[in-house]
Design a protein around this ligand. Structure first.
Ligand code: SF4
Length: 435
């Protein structure tokens, strides 16, 4: 009988893309996708360790899945795949822990060749560790695609597990990426999302990220181009110019601020200061008027005083982010902040700081949406629920679409007139479909 697999993905777009490669690899080896998770012989959990909440969700899932199917083989990959404390905690519940770059080992593990593999694993990794980016993925969507341009991170922000979980930066050849995008555009894909932990430090011979982005934006066809994530320390004037110069590059930049206080930024090992960050925002807004800027903020980092938090609040208010992913600091095992700094801001104070920023965010988001009222926006349709279509604008706004009698398809570009704004979204009426 054909063996079946099921993949549960938690976390960022990089994990989503890795899971598409895992699926393609397993199917190439004769596995078949199980309709339901408890029907699988092999369940892969592609994990995220960036926040404690994501980690707790994984522990809960493993316990439930074990109850549903006692025979199932469980493999953990992603951020938690190298964590000794997780291995201890999950002893007897998880069969294997394997970094995603070692996916080629899965068939042998599944056949029970564990010992032979353990013996040869180190030399195997040296040869094959990052070749997984060459695996042709099984794309889940027929209109929007996440394309990893590299993997890993060299930055070692003091709170972050990614450099330990994914290793050092490795980038794909520019010609492979450009070829992949060209093929996808020919197949009719409408949204290309380039991802890496830090896209701005992309390098391949004569290509840096600005050149790669520029080259891709010149490919003919009707498509949008997005990218995540950018690090403020590596955001060059050349890149800002490219962002401003092409209509295909979306009106959205996600640029993690993390803190509005220079001392805390230093403790976080972010390698930029507030003045640099503010200058970048000014340049980006000048280069591409109307661009939506979103960010990440951590509140309650070790040693963050009330005055330092107030600095974050001031910068937050001044920049007026259209969206922010706020998190309350939680120490991640193995990182510098967890091992060497004291988690000395109380839970209740972290929560208070989070609420303060969240309230400000709601106000700013609401105001920033009002400017869209009665304006016409291009929207990429990405869902249908309760008789209404919804989609995303170039500036990454969720738009609820009243399509009238028009029949739309997921992946259509439509022109919409905005009739109502809400704190976290827009509503509008369709004007026309765009060819
Ligand atoms: S840049 Fe910093 S936060 Fe981003 S992945 Fe690298 S270490 Fe983590």
């Amino acid at each position: 009988m054909q063996k079946k697999y099921f993949i549960i993905t938690i976390g960022c777009q990089m994990n989503i893309s890795d899971s598409e490669r895992l699926a393609a690899f397993l199917e190439g080896d004769g596995f078949k996708l199980a309709k339901k998770r408890h029907e699988a012989d092999l369940l892969i959990l592609n994990t995220c360790g960036v926040r404690q909440a994501a980690e707790d969700r994984i522990y809960g899932l493993i316990n439930t899945i074990r109850k549903e199917n006692k025979e199932i083989k469980i493999l953990i990959t992603g951020c938690l795949s190298k964590r000794q404390d997780v291995m201890k905690r999950m002893l007897g519940k998880v069969d294997w822990f394997l970094p995603v770059g070692d996916m080629a080992l899965i068939p042998a593990l599944f056949k029970g060749d564990d010992n032979k593999l353990k013996f040869s694993l180190d030399s195997y990794r040296l040869k094959n560790g990052e070749k997984y980016l060459k695996v042709k993925p099984k794309y889940k969507s027929s209109y929007s695609v996440v394309i990893p341009i590299g993997n890993g991170c060299n930055n070692f922000c003091s709170y972050c597990v990614v450099p330990y979980a994914r290793g050092r930066e490795v980038y794909r050849p520019a010609k492979d990426i450009i070829e992949e995008v060209k093929n996808l555009i020919k197949l009719g894909y409408k949204e290309i999302i380039l991802v890496a932990q830090n896209v701005n430090s992309y390098q391949d011979e004569k290509y840096n990220f600005a050149k790669l982005l520029s080259e891709i934006s010149k490919i003919s066809g009707n498509f949008w181009l997005r990218f995540f994530s950018s690090h403020p320390k590596d955001m060059s004037d050349e890149l800002i110019k490219v962002i401003g110069s092409s209509d295909k590059i979306c009106h959205h930049l996600h640029l993690a601020l993390q803190s509005g206080d220079d001392k805390i930024l230093e403790a976080m090992n972010r390698k930029y200061n507030i003045s640099h960050y503010k200058k970048l925002i000014k340049k980006v807004r000048m280069a591409k008027p109307g661009i939506a800027i979103t960010t990440d903020i951590i509140v309650g980092f070790p040693g963050e005083t009330k005055a330092q938090f107030l600095n974050t609040f001031k910068v937050f208010k001044e920049i007026s982010f259209e969206m922010a992913y706020l998190s309350q600091y939680s120490p991640r095992p193995g990182t510098v902040s967890a091992e060497k700094m004291k988690d000395d801001v109380s839970k209740s104070e972290k929560k208070r700081r989070f609420e303060v920023l969240n309230e400000e965010l709601k106000k700013v988001a609401d105001d920033s949406h009002k400017i869209y009222l009665n304006k016409e926006l291009e929207v990429l349709v990405d869902g249908f629920k309760k008789g209404k279509y919804f989609g995303k604008s170039s500036s990454f706004k969720t738009v609820l679409i009243d399509a009238g009698k028009n029949k739309l398809s997921i992946g259509d570009f439509v022109k919409v007139k905005i009739t109502r704004t809400r704190p976290f979204g827009l509503e509008g009426k369709i004007i026309t479909k765009i060819k």
